[in-house]
Structures are given as structure tokens and as C-alpha cells.
Design a protein around this ligand. Structure first.
Ligand code: NOJ
Length: 522
């Protein structure tokens, strides 16, 4: 594993909404640079920045028009280089968001591929061979181009699929992955990666990493082969560069070149049961809230999480890191379903489990999900993308622009949490996050790849549902419920509570956790 990942704690930044330095109402790269000390002080030492390349922004930048140019609204390529330099001086690594599966329909490659006359880019996207042909099960668009064919979409209408070829071929227009056109796509993406790595970035979060080859096998044999090839290139040319996949399939991603993979909020999976478990997770009106493990009165046991997470962890921990997130730009903020005290415990677990944790900007102060009309293809996700709340006052310190000119409105609530407000309050969520991350950095036993073992994870019995786990020589335990819980751990003599949220005492080898509490023992 790359050495820097051992102690990495990531901060995800949606650049639109982090900090605006030029008063145009939208965040920018100099704004990220200006806040590096804040991020470092909080305890994060790595960034994932959502797409910041030139784009028509029909999907918030996941529709790239020029892979090698910073979107003017965020700054220039020089600003990116300056950000990488400043971050490195402070010991912060920076991952950019690579979108290899599709481009914008405005990308020059796609414009060229739409031409009737054959050219270098005719095979760069997945085209059928007739204007009336269907997409073999994939969504497709026809009737818009001079070329006699239809093209396959990878996501929204604005995102034509790049051509990496097909696993199972049943149409004459489907090419094998070793076709020169498909090989050219792989080389083009490698070229994009080299461009940013040469400028100083430290790697990539890879969008829809499993989507490259179409009609691929269940185990994504051909897509995996491409990632192994790309990882080998990185190993050879940029040995410290890291990749994290948006895949949620560690048995594939981590065994085929990715350093990290995310556990995502898929309905009914382990992560969903841990942090959310409400209906309406894919719209702007979450309801039936209160069922997640960390909800005080849910009665939900940790088995809902472990049944899913543990087998994946066991099968892949020697290959890479299966990472837990507080949230991301596609997911409803955790504060929609968890109170501040519940959030403290959820973060305590996320920050002490194996893997590199990912903190979504603003989750450290419990920023709230906002019900808003869609912006840039965000739909329900828009409510998790509002401006960072730095301080009371104009636009909550995000921007000097007129409020009506902001990318998205700031939280209008009179008690909207802010960084400044929480820094001044020793009992705030912000201080809990900072203390947890400081503890993590101070203990090698909490490194992302340090040993992990479940110590106590009973099925829920009413309100009795604690969870305890070992990290190296440390023992961590949480009790999310409203009643005190005894956790029989057979602790060695002299074991002490090193860190606690709420009440935690050791009595005759047993840990007694008060209602809604967490402890680290050693
Ligand atoms: C996943 C990204 O996280 C999401 O925001 C985007 O809309 C799709 N991929 C398409 O690129």
C-alpha cells in the first residue's frame, strides 16, 4: 500500500460551494487553497475535489468538455498547480475526479465522432451502425447527427459513452476490447492522468469505474483488465499516485489495481443501515427516519452493517482499503436523519474503522440538507451541495456576492451551524470531529490498514445493541442506544479509557458504556 494512505483522512470538496475568493458567487480553486490550513487543523490531510474541468455543467462537471483545462469559473491550470504545491507544503495530498466512462456531448472528440466522414474519433464513442438501430439494452440517442448511427449513453443524455469495447459481442457494431479504437480510448485516459500527475496531483477518484466495457461479465473481467493496466502504468511512472473507485465492489476494484473503494449508500446495504435507512433516500423528501443503527431508538443491531461489510473487508483487506464516508455529493446529508449526538457516534465509528475515512465538506458542523430545485443535474442531490457555512453574517462567509447571485442559496435557518460558531463552542460537533481525528493520527493502531477484529457484536435485544472492535492494541466500542450497556470484553488488567464520548468506565474487565456513548480503550 502507498505509505501516505496509512494515515490519510480525506476531505471531499464540491468546488462550486466551498469558498468564493473572487465574489462571483461560486467557489474556486484559490478558495480551496485559502482554506488548506482550516482543513489541516481539522485533521484531514488529503482532498478529493469533485470535477473541476471545463464543462457545460449539465451534470455538475461530470460532463467534461476539456479534460486538460480547469473550468474558468474555478480558475486556471496555474491555480491548480499552485493548489497542489501549497497542499504538498502542508502535507496534504490532492485527488482529482477522473470521469473515464463518458464525456460531455460538447467534447471535441464527440463532436468529431458525430461527423459523417470517418476520422480519428469515429470509434472513440459507442456508435451503432444505423440511424434506426437500438442500443442492445443501453440507452441511446438517434436522429441528432449527420452520422448514420445512434450513440450509447453512460448516464444522462449529455454523457455519451466512451468506447472501451464489449465483453459479449452480439452486434456488428460492438467491438472487442483489443480493437484499435478501444485501445486508443484507454491511451487517451492514461494521457489525461499523466497530464494532471505531471502537474502535481496525487491521484484520482474514479467516477463509475465499473462502467467502462459494455456487456462485460458479472465479474467485470474486461473492465478489471483495463484497471490493472492503468494501475501498472501508475506503479511504473507515478508510484505514489493513488486511485479510489466509485464501485462499491471491493472484490473487483481492490484486486484489480485500485488502492481504495467506497462503501456507498445502496438501499438495504450495510452502510445504508448504519447511517440512513430511511425511505426516500433517492428523492428530496426522506421519511420514516429513525431506523438506522446510530438512531437512539431504532432497535437496529450492528449485524445489519456487519453482515454486508465484514465479508467484503475480510476478502479484500490485504489488497486495499474499503472506505467509509460521512456522505458525498450524491447522498442526502447524514444530519437529515441523525441528531448531533447521533452524528458524533457515527463519525466516531467511521473514523476508527479500517480504511481511509472520507469527510464530506460541512459534515463536520452537521450542515443540513436543503430542499431545493435542481441545479446542474443535481435533482435531489442539490440539497447536499449548498455553500459551506463559515461564519455568521453575509452568505455565511462563503462569498461576497449578492445573495441572489450565489451558485446555491446558503442555509437560511437562523440557527444554521457555522465553523466559527462551532469553533467557539467546546461541546460542538466540530470539536468532536477534531478530537477524533487528532486521536486517530496519534495512534498507528488506527492506521487505515492496521489490524481489525470484531470483539462483540450481538444481535439487538431491545435497546441492548453495543458494538466493540479491536484495532491493533486498542479496543473501540460504541453504544448508540438510550440505555446503559455492559460490554463483556475480558479486558486485560490496567486497561484504561483513552478517549470517550459520553460515559465509559471499566469495571472488572467489563466495559460499561452509558447511553449514547463511545470509547477507545488501551
Ligand atoms: C457518479 C457521480 O458521483 C455523480 O455525481 C454523477 O452524476 C455520475 N457518476 C455520472 O458521472
Amino acid at each position: 500500500m502507498k505509505q501516505w494512505l496509512q494515515d490519510a483522512v480525506f476531505y471531499e470538496i464540491y468546488p462550486q460551494s466551498f469558498y468564493d475568493t473572487n465574489g462571483d458567487g461560486i467557489g474556486d480553486l484559490p478558495g480551496i487553497l485559502a482554506k488548506l490550513d482550516y482543513i489541516k487543523d481539522l485533521g484531514c490531510n488529503a482532498l478529493w475535489i469533485n470535477p473541476c474541468f471545463d464543462s457545460p455543467f449539465k451534470d455538475a462537471g461530470y460532463d467534461v468538455r476539456d479534460y486538460k483545462k480547469i473550468a474558468p469559473r474555478y480558475g486556471t491550470n496555474e491555480d491548480a498547480a499552485a493548489l497542489f504545491r501549497a497542499a504538498h507544503e502542508k502535507g496534504i495530498h490532492v485527488l482529482l475526479d477522473l470521469v473515464p466512462g463518458h464525456t460531455s456531448e460538447e467534447h471535441p472528440w464527440f463532436q468529431a465522432s458525430c461527423k459523417a466522414e470517418h476520422n480519428e474519433y469515429s470509434g472513440r464513442y459507442v456508435w451503432t451502425d444505423h440511424c434506426f438501430a437500438g442500443g442492445d439494452g443501453m440507452p441511446f440517442i438517434g436522429g441528432e447527427t449527420e452520422r448514420n448511427g445512434t450513440y450509447i449513453l453512460n448516464f444522462f443524455k449529455c454523457q455519451p459513452a466512451l468506447n472501451y469495447g464489449y465483453g459479449k459481442i452480439h452486434e456488428p457494431w460492438q467491438k472487442p476490447t483489443d480493437d484499435p479504437d478501444c485501445r486508443a480510448t484507454v491511451e487517451a485516459i492514461k494521457d489525461v492522468m499523466r497530464f494532471w500527475l505531471d502537474m502535481g496531483c496525487d491521484g484520482f477518484r474514479v467516477d463509475m469505474a465499473s462502467s467502462l466495457v459494455k456487456n462485460d461479465t458479472r465479474h467485470k473481467k474486461y473492465t478489471c483488465a483495463i484497471w490493472r493496466e492503468i494501475a501498472a502504468m501508475l506503479h511504473e511512472e507515478y508510484p505514489q499516485a493513488a486511485m479510489i473507485s466509485e464501485w462499491n465492489g471491493p472484490r473487483m476494484s481492490l484486486k484489480n489495481g485500485f488502492d481504495m473503494d467506497f462503501m456507498l449508500n445502496h438501499t438495504d446495504n450495510g452502510y445504508y443501515w448504519l447511517m440512513r435507512a430511511y425511505d426516500g433516500t433517492m428523492d428530496s423528501d426522506p421519511h420514516n427516519i429513525g431506523k438506522a443503527y446510530f438512531c437512539k431508538d431504532s432497535g437496529t443491531g450492528i449485524d445489519k452493517f456487519l453482515d454486508d461489510w465484514l465479508p467484503s473487508y475480510k476478502a479484500t483487506h490485504k489488497d486495499g482499503l474499503y472506505c467509509l464516508i460521512t456522505c458525498n455529493h450524491d447522498t442526502i446529508r447524514p444530519s437529515a436523519g441523525l441528531t448531533t449526538d447521533e452524528l458524533r457516534l457515527a463519525y466516531a465509528m467511521i473514523f476508527t474503522m479500517p480504511g481511509a475515512p472520507f469527510l464530506y465538506y460541512g459534515d463536520e458542523i452537521g450542515m443540513r440538507y436543503q430542499k431545493l430545485p435542481t441545479k446542474e443535474g443535481g435533482y435531489f442531490r442539490t440539497g447536499s451541495r449548498t455553500p459551506m457555512q463559515w461564519a455568521p453574517g453575509k452568505n455565511l462567509g462563503f462569498s461576497d456576492a449578492a445573495p441572489e447571485d450565489l451558485y446555491l442559496p446558503v442555509d437560511p435557518a437562523p440557527d444554521a451551524p457555522t465553523v466559527a460558531g462551532q469553533q467557539a463552542d467546546p461541546n460542538s460537533l466540530w470539536h468532536t470531529v477534531k478530537a477524533l481525528l487528532a486521536f486517530r493520527h496519534a495512534h498507528r493502531d488506527l492506521d487505515s490498514d492496521a489490524p481489525f477484529k470484531v470483539l462483540f457484536a450481538p444481535k439487538a435485544k431491545g435497546d441492548y445493541r453495543p458494538f466493540a472492535w479491536r484495532r491493533g492494541a486498542l479496543v473501540c466500542a460504541v453504544n448508540p442506544a438510550g440505555a446503559q450497556a455492559e460490554v463483556p470484553l475480558k479486558l486485560e488488567e490496567g486497561t484504561r479509557v483513552l478517549f470517550a464520548i459520553g460515559q465509559a468506565t471499566v469495571r472488572d474487565g467489563t466495559l460499561v458504556l452509558g447511553a449514547q456513548s463511545f470509547a477507545i480503550l488501551g
